[in-house]
Design a protein around this ligand. Sequence first.
Ligand code: SPV
Ligand code: MG
Length: 309
Amino acid sequence: MDSTRPAQPPSRSARLRAMLAAPEISFLMEAHNGLSARIAQHAGFPGIWASGFAISTALGVRDSNELSTKELLDTVAFMVDATTVPIVVDGDTGYGNFNNARRLVRQLGRLGVSAVCLEDKLFPKTNSFLGTGQPLADEREFCGKIRACKDSQLDAEFCVVARVEALVSGRGLTEALHRAESYRRAGADAVFIHSKQQDGREVLDFAREWAGRCPLVITPTTYHGVGVDAFERAGVAMLIWANQNMRAAVLAMRQVCQSIAANRGLTAVEPALVSVQEVFDFLDYDELDAATLRYSSWHGDETTAGAGP
Ligand code: SPV
Ligand code: MG
């Protein structure tokens, strides 16, 4: 090994894998486009959840696989470009069978995504909080999908997270544990146990019975009243705040539109808005000015490699 070469920092995927393996809990924040991803990273989150619900909503469609994989990938590409932290992409059910899912994994890998989360429901999926019935995938078929994804990933550190919907679909703890174990054996790097209860009880029960067989991921959207310490003590590796940026954006945009329409002016809203200059600063327009000076009229009189911005 060349000892004069500076050590490479760990890749995004390696960092995500390390977070899952660490004894302490990690927090991922939802983002749904380049801007929200940038804001999440800026706030200090060590990783981002590219939420299917939030991305769909931000594009004005429903979380029922109305979004195509191409549209998902286009959005995720902006999020990767806007950040340096690991991104876990919500891959829903994999957009079809094992073949569609493994192609998605290769496409995500090429973009620089660190993990995909696949849920054991049927295509087209429905959001877990809809009361429309939540039919589950055949267990063996879903195991094959996980295996196909693991066999297809381009980067050894890439993670496949298997999301268990047995509790959401009312099948109970025993089936949830059984499916989680099957998915772990099929090669899943982590298990995401989802629940729509409000007290977090079934998630804590699951975590106790699971006993750290592989990293556990949760999303306390409905059981947000339970302090995170309880989940940390129960051995949860990763907690995802799954949709709060999108919901905050809906609220803020609705309020600002209503106020401007009602008041026929900006007086009421202007103090509550970030300034245009703040937007320029956040997107680092200064870098573009510096690059313009450097590159727009190059004289070829500078030879230092790597002197660029
Ligand atoms: C998402 O954020 O798209 C999820 C999590 O899948 S949930 O909406 O809670 O099902
Ligand atoms: Mg989703």
